[in-house]
Design a protein around this ligand. Structure first.
Ligand code: SF4
Length: 397
């Protein structure tokens, strides 16, 4: 049986193994326009298909969207899974399907309801595009998802991966997929020794995925690749001794599982400071809607400084800092100082700015940092009511 790669062999350049043996070289990359599959894999296609499909039948993950075939459920799950781990998606999926059990119900809902149901999953652009696509499906396709990858890609928010996943899983089309897990499995299987980041890097992997598709059961095959990547062919220390593809895996044969896939350098994290202002006026609180091009576009939040155009016309007095929180978004790490102030007037009506009852904040489609800011403000108010601002007392002490 093939052995698991020793965990000490990590990093980009394979080091000599214990005892001074040199690692075997990974096979060189195929010539442009040539067969993307190395000869040993091309010769072993049927055993490879049988091994992985048999493994999937035995130990494939039991996930709610896999129970029965329903293109709508497949679509929703695939969009949720685009940037979110399976474990987190399961609960959201159940709640979303209860709220919007059909594409018609989703299309008919106000966008704010869809964003509210999406809250916590992040990447809200997905929810807006999902909603827009649902409207198109109802208006142009009689409530049925298109049954080809090309037709699916005409819809908002459906790119090559999602179209391939829906077309293969829900409609049995012979379409490949490439996402984080299958990308890693495919790269290791063929010992693809070039960087994979970015669209250009993924091109060869799409060719490999296409060349490896079995003649039937593309949907099962694609799901099997994803499951194998998630549970066995993990980023660090892949469990090669349990892998059904081990007899065929060229990265394992060349002892290069630790260095494949090759990725380019990560983007540097940018640190940023913000002040969020919770403006109260009696039982009301001021909220602002995130604008086009901003993170969390369309969701409600609290104003951030500098925001003179909002705060000065409201006659805001002294600001009281009630706490701090932080969040990470894309490659930014943001530290937020949360302050509360009382407005002496309500100001003129403006688009994207609203006064709402504090008690109604829970019903608003709000950013995740916005929720944490609200919780800090509420706690700060309570503490203030019980004897003043704890943070200012700390500063004085
Ligand atoms: S596909 Fe992944 S887990 Fe399987 S043998 Fe190759 S490196 Fe190991």
């Amino acid at each position: 049986m093939a052995k698991e790669a020793p965990s000490s062999r990590r990093g980009r350049t394979p080091r000599p193994a214990a005892g001074g043996r040199k690692p075997r070289r990974a096979p060189s990359l195929p010539a442009p326009g040539g067969d993307p599959l190395p000869a040993p894999l091309r010769a072993g296609m049927t055993p490879i298909h049988d091994a992985l499909l048999g493994w999937f039948k035995r130990v494939g993950r039991d996930l709610p969207w896999r129970r029965g075939v329903d293109p709508y459920r497949t679509w929703i799950s695939e969009v949720m899974l685009q940037q979110t781990q399976v474990d987190r998606v399961v609960d959201f999926f159940h709640r979303f399907m209860e709220r919007f059990p059909t594409v018609e119900r989703l299309a008919a809902a106000p966008e704010s309801d869809v964003l509210r149901a999406w809250e916590g999953l992040g990447y809200y652009r997905r929810a807006r595009q999902l909603h827009a696509a649902a409207k198109r499906i109802v208006a142009d396709h009689g409530g049925h998802l298109p049954d080809t990858a090309a037709g699916l890609r005409e819809l908002p928010g459906i790119g090559r991966y999602t179209a391939g996943a829906i077309a293969s899983i829900a409609f049995g089309c012979p379409e490949p997929i490439v996402e984080a897990n299958s990308r890693r499995v495919l790269a290791r299987l063929v010992a693809h020794a070039a960087p994979l980041d970015g669209t250009a890097g993924d091109g060869p992997i799409w060719e490999i995925a296409t060349a490896l598709l079995p003649p039937r059961s593309a949907g099962q095959w694609n799901q099997a690749l994803m499951d194998l990547g998630a549970t066995v062919c993990t980023p660090r220390s892949p469990l090669c001794s349990r892998c059904p593809l081990a007899p065929h895996c060229l990265a394992l044969a060349s002892r290069s599982t630790a260095s494949i896939p090759v990725s380019t350098a990560r983007r540097e994290v940018v640190e940023r400071d913000e002040t969020a202002i919770v403006v109260r006026r009696g039982a009301k609180v001021l909220v602002v809607r995130r604008g086009a091009g901003e993170w969390w576009e369309g969701l409600w939040d609290f104003p951030r400084l500098p925001a003179k155009e909002i705060l000065v016309p409201l006659g805001c007095g002294r600001r009281r800092v009630v706490g701090r929180c932080s969040y990470t978004v894309t490659h930014h790490r943001v530290e937020v100082s949360v302050a509360v102030c009382e407005a002496s007037r309500q100001g003129a009506r403006r688009d994207g700015v609203a006064w709402i009852d504090w008690e109604a904040l829970g019903t608003l489609a709000m950013t995740a940092p916005g929720r944490r800011i609200a919780a800090l403000a509420e706690r700060g108010e309570g503490e203030s009511g019980r004897g003043g601002d704890r943070s200012s007392r700390r500063r004085r002490g």
